[in-house]
Design a protein around this ligand. Sequence first.
Ligand code: SF4
Length: 78
Amino acid sequence: MAESHRAEIEAEEDAMRVEVDPNICEGHGQCQAVAPEVYDLDDDGYCLIRNPEVAPDLERHAEEGALACPVQAITVTR
Ligand code: SF4
């Protein structure tokens, strides 16, 4: 396996992931207000995750958006 490919796979495995539970999300929009780079809203104001695998430079935004959710609908994992 080429080194660059291996590095790419390892980077993906290490990536922070964000998930929103649609059964919990109440469409408060706080996630998107705090971190629009990571969180978007659908036409009804419910959270849409732009990319579940968070780029390293967006990790802080992802965490801040998750913390801003008043109903803890967002899960951040590694
Ligand atoms: S802040 Fe929470 S409840 Fe509001 S849209 Fe985002 S995930 Fe949904």
